[in-house]
Design a protein around this ligand. Structure first.
Ligand SMILES: Cc1cc2nc3c(=O)[nH]c(=O)nc-3n(C[C@H](O)[C@H](O)[C@H](O)COP(=O)(O)O)c2cc1C
Length: 364
């Protein structure tokens, strides 16, 4: 057994403790998502499974994402009456049961006959927001009609801007509450499993939202992934912040940019600050939420770690960056560690009400 598998086993045992299993209407039960993944491996075609579970190239990022997630920890405050617990929060004006949304993912009908319509019902039952993918196997209107719940529309920008405008107009008309622009896929990573499996959509499946535009089918390829060719041929790799302005000009909806990974004046912050209807994803915040040393519930954050972290990662403007590094150096902590500590202390100081930090640039 390799180390990855051991981790999975340990994780599965740990997470199974005290949990009730979830029964599905498809006749199987699972206790956590790893179990569900194992079941899926045995039930769905290899190419489909690999498309869902696989990553690009050597899948280094895929593994690192998981590991990074595993390193997060909540630092509990003890002896604080937690008989009533509440993770509700508000995202762009919508009340949700937890600060977790359903990320946009494509082609759900490959694994469930009702596809994204069933996902929409599931998200509504969990009282959270579904971010419906552009490249869905069900039309966005059907997804919208599936449940009386708020949802956002994830947008891939097509080279043909008329096609993109049409998608935006339909999302507005169908009552989506925000647009979520995917900015981290200007070029699709080389997904080796898909190349090997010659991944394509089986007959009878298509990108439903693009049917009207005649772009719902995967192209014919002699070898390799047809999906990769679809993305390369049709999605626009030239997006810049000017296109964000353009999107704002054609839609009344709040605009969320998905996939910002580099904080800093040349990354997210300089162009979004003050933007009329854009928000920064909280994962990519460039300013420490505890820099004011105030928790989301208004109480003061008092721990030394919190105040150190706040000092080390507050306001990274060009000069702030310098200040961060020197503060970090003097305490022997790297700026990245400081930043992580900062984010951890933010979580811990939110007590029972976890609220995502929202930048002053948020306008909805
Ligand atoms: C099978 C699959 C399909 C995806 N489809 C989309 C998509 O259509 N649009 C999008 O913006 N992101 C898409 N993503 C990316 C996810 O929204 C998410 O950003 C990514 O999986 C990283 O999060 P994770 O580490 O929790 O998986 C997809 C991811 C997977 C695994």
């Amino acid at each position: 057994m390799n180390p990855g598998e051991t981790d999975r086993l340990i994780h599965r045992r740990a997470t199974n403790k005290g949990r009730q299993s979830i029964a599905t209407d498809m006749g199987f039960e699972f206790t956590n998502l790893l179990e569900l993944e194992d079941m899926a491996r045995t039930k769905i075609p290899r190419a489909t499974f690999d498309y869902i579970a696989g990553g690009a190239e050597d899948e280094v990022t895929l593994r690192r994402n998981r590991e990074a997630f595993g390193r997060w920890a909540l630092r509990p405050r003890v002896l604080r009456d937690v008989s009533k617990r509440d993770t509700k929060t508000v995202l762009l004006g919508e009340r949700v049961s937890m600060p977790v949304c359903v990320a946009p993912t494509s082609f759900h009908a490959l694994v469930h006959p009702e596809g994204e319509v069933a996902t929409a019902r599931g998200a509504a039952a969990a009282e959270t927001i579904l971010i419906a993918s552009t490249i869905s196997t069900k039309p966005l209107e059907e997804v919208a009609a599936a449940a009386d719940a708020p949802r956002w529309f994830q947008l891939y920008v097509y080279r043909d801007r008329a096609v993109t405008e049409e998608l935006v107009a339909r999302a507005v008309k169908a009552g989506y509450k925000a647009l979520c622009l995917t900015a981290d896929t200007p070029v699709l990573g080389r997904r080796e499993r898909d190349e090997r499996n010659a991944f394509t959509l089986p007959p009878g499946f298509g990108i439903a939202n693009l049917k009207g535009a005649g772009l719902d089918e995967m192209p014919a390829v002699e070898h390799g992934s047809a999906f990769a060719k679809y993305v390369t041929d049709l999605l626009d790799p030239s997006l810049t912040w000017d296109d964000v302005e353009w999107l704002k000009s054609i839609s009344p909806l709040p605009l969320v940019i998905k996939g910002i990974m580099t904080p800093g004046p040349r990354g997210s912050s300089s162009r979004t600050t003050g933007a009329a209807n854009s928000i920064r994803p909280w994962g990519a915040s460039t300013r420490c939420p505890t820099s004011s040393r105030r928790c989301a519930d208004g109480s003061k954050s008092t721990s030394t770690a919190e105040s150190d972290a706040a000092r080390m990662c507050s306001r990274p403007s060009p000069s702030g960056r310098k200040r961060s590094s020197s503060a970090a150096r003097s305490s022997g902590v790297s700026p990245w560690e400081a930043r992580r500590e900062c984010e951890r202390s933010w979580i811990s100081c939110t007590r029972n009400s976890i609220r995502p930090w929202r930048s002053p640039a948020v306008r909805t």
